[in-house]
Ligand binder design. Structure first.
Ligand code: PGA
Length: 251
């Protein structure tokens, strides 16, 4: 199954609202019989364990929006991949544009995070995407190529523990989504690139992210190479996240 739907809660919600949202989603997924729709929630790390407990006997998995490679160490303020895993996390987001932009994360660190997470049994969503300026200069595909190659080339990636998220930076949190054609072009390019790297690309989920919402989910998911979504803002309400799930279920 190539479909995958992910909720990136970012730095939102308190413990009680986070728990309530997880409970609503669990009920909704059960009610709709969506146990075969691979779904993962990325809550703030502080709530990871309790959200994982709420979702334990459901089909929804949880993951970390960020983690530091390794097990223990003198890295004040960090939480390790091993700690995430021990707290019930099954996934890690690597390379989100907000980490690249605000926390200056570069390819060597992203590669360490990705490989360490996979080594410890986690699955990874590796995020890539161009800025508005890069798109305007006609650099989109070059940027995507570079972001893929600098992290995934020449190392032993566990392809069956990987998903890619194409998230144009100009579409994240702006209300402006990529058109289905723009997204399809990028997704097909990414799949081709993965094939060139020797990956079983037809089995790797490639998600779209960037102002994905119920109003545009159907037409985006209709594209042949869009296998799901990484949802930010619209994942903070059970109704809108469920509507996006319904669109993916129908694909
Ligand atoms: P958005 O965020 O849906 O709010 O645009 C997506 C993301 O950053 O993963």
């Amino acid at each position: 199954m190539r479909k995958l739907l992910a909720a990136n809660w970012k730095m939102h919600l308190y413990a009680d609202t986070a728990q309530a949202l997880a409970q609503q989603l669990r009920h909704h997924w059960q009610e709709k019989g969506w146990q075969n729709l691979p779904t993962v929630i990325f809550p703030p790390l502080l709530y990871l364990r309790e959200i994982a407990n709420i979702l334990k006997h459901s089909s929804i998995q949880v993951g970390a929006q960020n983690a530091y490679p390794g097990e223990f160490g003198a890295f004040t303020g960090e939480v390790s991949v091993a700690q995430v895993s021990a707290s019930g996390g099954a996934w890690l987001i690597v390379g989100h544009s907000e980490r690249r932009q605000y926390f200056a994360e570069k390819a060597p660190l992203l590669q360490r995070k990705l490989l360490d997470a996979q080594h410890r049994g986690l699955k990874v969503i590796y995020c890539i995407g161009e800025t508005l300026e890069e798109r305007r200069c006609g650099e989109t595909l070059n940027v995507l190529r570079q972001q893929i190659l600098e992290v995934l080339q020449g190392v032993s990636v566990a392809w069956n523990q990987l998903a890619i998220a194409y998230e144009p930076v100009w579409a994240i949190g702006t209300g402006i989504n990529a058109t289905p054609d723009q997204a399809q072009e990028a997704h097909a390019f990414i799949r081709q690139l993965l094939t060139e790297l020797g990956a079983p690309a037809s089995h790797i989920p490639i998600l779209y992210g960037g102002s994905l919402k119920p109003e545009n989910a159907h037409e985006l998911f209709r594209q042949p190479d869009i296998d799901g979504g990484l949802v930010g803002g619209a994942s903070l309400q059970a109704n809108s996240f469920a509507a996006i799930a319904a669109a993916l279920w129908d694909k």
